[in-house]
Design a binder for this molecule. Structure first.
Ligand SMILES: [Zn+2]
Length: 178
Protein backbone atom coordinates (compact mmCIF):
# COMPACT_ATOMS: atom_id res chain seq x y z
CA UNK A 1 0.00 0.00 0.00
CA UNK A 2 0.98 3.59 -0.53
CA UNK A 3 -0.32 6.90 0.86
CA UNK A 4 -0.26 10.15 -1.10
CA UNK A 5 -1.40 13.37 0.59
CA UNK A 6 -3.12 11.33 3.28
CA UNK A 7 -4.99 9.15 0.82
CA UNK A 8 -4.29 5.46 0.35
CA UNK A 9 -3.87 5.05 -3.40
CA UNK A 10 -5.37 1.53 -3.41
CA UNK A 11 -8.61 2.81 -1.87
CA UNK A 12 -11.58 4.24 -3.72
CA UNK A 13 -11.63 7.87 -2.55
CA UNK A 14 -15.09 9.31 -1.90
CA UNK A 15 -14.41 12.68 -0.27
CA UNK A 16 -16.76 13.43 2.61
CA UNK A 17 -17.40 17.03 3.68
CA UNK A 18 -17.66 15.81 7.28
CA UNK A 19 -14.17 16.51 8.63
CA UNK A 20 -12.04 19.33 9.94
CA UNK A 21 -8.45 19.99 10.90
CA UNK A 22 -6.78 18.21 13.75
CA UNK A 23 -5.10 20.48 16.26
CA UNK A 24 -1.54 21.42 15.33
CA UNK A 25 0.05 19.29 18.03
CA UNK A 26 -2.22 16.27 17.48
CA UNK A 27 -0.33 13.02 17.75
CA UNK A 28 -2.29 10.33 15.90
CA UNK A 29 -1.82 7.18 17.93
CA UNK A 30 -5.04 5.16 17.93
CA UNK A 31 -7.15 3.07 15.57
CA UNK A 32 -10.89 2.92 16.29
CA UNK A 33 -12.74 -0.04 14.76
CA UNK A 34 -16.42 0.40 13.97
CA UNK A 35 -19.16 -1.59 12.29
CA UNK A 36 -21.98 -0.16 10.22
CA UNK A 37 -24.74 -1.53 8.03
CA UNK A 38 -27.72 0.40 6.73
CA UNK A 39 -30.20 -0.42 7.91
CA UNK A 40 -28.66 -2.73 10.54
CA UNK A 41 -27.98 -6.18 9.07
CA UNK A 42 -28.50 -5.05 5.47
CA UNK A 43 -25.37 -4.74 3.35
CA UNK A 44 -25.90 -1.86 0.97
CA UNK A 45 -22.58 -0.06 0.68
CA UNK A 46 -24.09 2.78 -1.34
CA UNK A 47 -26.26 3.83 1.62
CA UNK A 48 -23.17 4.13 3.82
CA UNK A 49 -21.45 6.25 1.17
CA UNK A 50 -24.59 8.37 0.91
CA UNK A 51 -24.67 8.89 4.69
CA UNK A 52 -21.02 9.97 4.84
CA UNK A 53 -21.50 12.26 1.84
CA UNK A 54 -24.68 13.87 3.29
CA UNK A 55 -26.68 12.39 0.43
CA UNK A 56 -28.89 9.84 2.16
CA UNK A 57 -32.39 9.37 0.73
CA UNK A 58 -34.24 7.56 3.52
CA UNK A 59 -37.47 6.79 1.67
CA UNK A 60 -39.98 5.27 4.09
CA UNK A 61 -37.37 3.72 6.35
CA UNK A 62 -37.78 5.15 9.86
CA UNK A 63 -34.24 4.33 10.91
CA UNK A 64 -32.70 5.96 7.83
CA UNK A 65 -34.94 8.97 8.40
CA UNK A 66 -33.61 9.23 11.97
CA UNK A 67 -29.97 9.38 10.85
CA UNK A 68 -30.39 11.38 7.66
CA UNK A 69 -29.19 14.66 9.16
CA UNK A 70 -26.21 13.28 11.05
CA UNK A 71 -22.92 14.77 9.96
CA UNK A 72 -20.57 11.83 10.29
CA UNK A 73 -17.73 10.15 8.45
CA UNK A 74 -14.82 7.81 8.95
CA UNK A 75 -11.41 7.68 7.36
CA UNK A 76 -12.07 4.24 5.87
CA UNK A 77 -14.77 1.69 5.15
CA UNK A 78 -14.02 -1.97 4.48
CA UNK A 79 -16.91 -3.55 2.56
CA UNK A 80 -18.05 -7.16 2.91
CA UNK A 81 -15.91 -8.13 -0.10
CA UNK A 82 -12.86 -6.46 1.46
CA UNK A 83 -12.84 -3.41 -0.80
CA UNK A 84 -11.40 -0.30 0.75
CA UNK A 85 -13.12 3.08 0.53
CA UNK A 86 -11.60 6.24 2.00
CA UNK A 87 -13.65 9.32 2.91
CA UNK A 88 -11.23 11.60 4.77
CA UNK A 89 -7.42 12.03 4.42
CA UNK A 90 -5.68 10.49 7.41
CA UNK A 91 -4.11 13.75 8.63
CA UNK A 92 -7.57 15.36 8.82
CA UNK A 93 -10.08 14.74 11.62
CA UNK A 94 -12.96 12.48 10.59
CA UNK A 95 -16.14 12.54 12.64
CA UNK A 96 -16.55 8.91 13.69
CA UNK A 97 -16.21 8.50 17.44
CA UNK A 98 -18.48 11.16 18.94
CA UNK A 99 -18.32 11.61 22.70
CA UNK A 100 -15.54 9.26 23.70
CA UNK A 101 -12.71 8.62 26.11
CA UNK A 102 -9.52 6.60 25.69
CA UNK A 103 -7.37 6.18 28.80
CA UNK A 104 -8.51 9.50 30.20
CA UNK A 105 -8.24 11.40 26.92
CA UNK A 106 -11.53 12.74 25.59
CA UNK A 107 -12.69 13.31 22.00
CA UNK A 108 -10.92 10.42 20.32
CA UNK A 109 -11.55 11.92 16.88
CA UNK A 110 -8.68 14.30 17.68
CA UNK A 111 -6.02 11.60 17.74
CA UNK A 112 -7.43 8.53 15.98
CA UNK A 113 -7.98 6.88 12.63
CA UNK A 114 -11.57 5.66 12.23
CA UNK A 115 -12.16 2.44 10.29
CA UNK A 116 -15.67 1.18 9.60
CA UNK A 117 -16.31 -2.44 8.71
CA UNK A 118 -19.50 -3.18 6.88
CA UNK A 119 -21.17 -5.42 9.43
CA UNK A 120 -23.45 -5.68 12.42
CA UNK A 121 -23.78 -7.07 15.92
CA UNK A 122 -25.33 -10.37 14.84
CA UNK A 123 -23.06 -11.78 12.12
CA UNK A 124 -19.42 -12.65 11.58
CA UNK A 125 -17.21 -10.47 9.44
CA UNK A 126 -15.71 -11.91 6.25
CA UNK A 127 -12.17 -13.20 5.83
CA UNK A 128 -11.71 -10.64 3.04
CA UNK A 129 -12.45 -7.91 5.59
CA UNK A 130 -9.84 -9.15 8.07
CA UNK A 131 -7.30 -9.36 5.27
CA UNK A 132 -8.00 -5.84 4.04
CA UNK A 133 -8.23 -4.40 7.58
CA UNK A 134 -4.95 -5.96 8.69
CA UNK A 135 -3.14 -4.70 5.58
CA UNK A 136 -4.53 -1.23 6.16
CA UNK A 137 -3.54 -1.14 9.84
CA UNK A 138 -0.06 -2.46 9.08
CA UNK A 139 0.43 0.19 6.42
CA UNK A 140 -0.93 3.17 8.37
CA UNK A 141 0.80 2.20 11.61
CA UNK A 142 4.13 2.08 9.79
CA UNK A 143 3.39 5.33 7.97
CA UNK A 144 2.35 7.29 11.07
CA UNK A 145 4.41 5.33 13.62
CA UNK A 146 1.35 4.20 15.56
CA UNK A 147 1.84 1.32 17.98
CA UNK A 148 -0.14 -1.64 16.58
CA UNK A 149 -1.38 -2.37 20.08
CA UNK A 150 -3.35 0.88 20.05
CA UNK A 151 -6.50 -0.51 18.46
CA UNK A 152 -9.87 -0.27 20.19
CA UNK A 153 -13.50 -0.89 19.38
CA UNK A 154 -15.91 2.03 19.35
CA UNK A 155 -17.69 0.28 22.25
CA UNK A 156 -14.55 0.60 24.39
CA UNK A 157 -14.27 4.37 24.04
CA UNK A 158 -18.03 5.05 24.18
CA UNK A 159 -19.32 2.38 26.60
CA UNK A 160 -23.06 2.29 27.17
CA UNK A 161 -23.59 4.36 24.03
CA UNK A 162 -22.04 2.19 21.30
CA UNK A 163 -21.75 -1.59 20.79
CA UNK A 164 -19.78 -1.76 17.54
CA UNK A 165 -17.87 -3.60 16.19
CA UNK A 166 -19.89 -6.04 18.27
CA UNK A 167 -19.50 -9.54 19.69
CA UNK A 168 -18.70 -11.18 16.35
CA UNK A 169 -15.57 -9.15 15.73
CA UNK A 170 -12.59 -11.50 16.17
CA UNK A 171 -9.91 -9.48 17.98
CA UNK A 172 -7.56 -12.45 18.29
CA UNK A 173 -7.69 -13.05 14.56
CA UNK A 174 -6.98 -9.41 13.75
CA UNK A 175 -4.08 -9.29 16.21
CA UNK A 176 -2.62 -12.48 14.72
CA UNK A 177 -2.64 -10.84 11.27
CA UNK A 178 -0.86 -7.55 12.01
ZN1 LIG B 1 -18.95 3.21 15.61
Amino acid sequence: MKTLDGIVVEAEFCPSPNFDNRSKNADIDLFVIHAISLPEGNYNTQLIKDLFLNNLSPGNNKFLQSIKNLRVSSHFLVTRSGSLIQFVPIHKRAWHAGKSNYQGRENCNDFSIGIELEGCDTEEFTSAQYKSLSHLISHISADLKINKKNIVGHNEIAPGRKTDPGPYFDWDLLKSMI
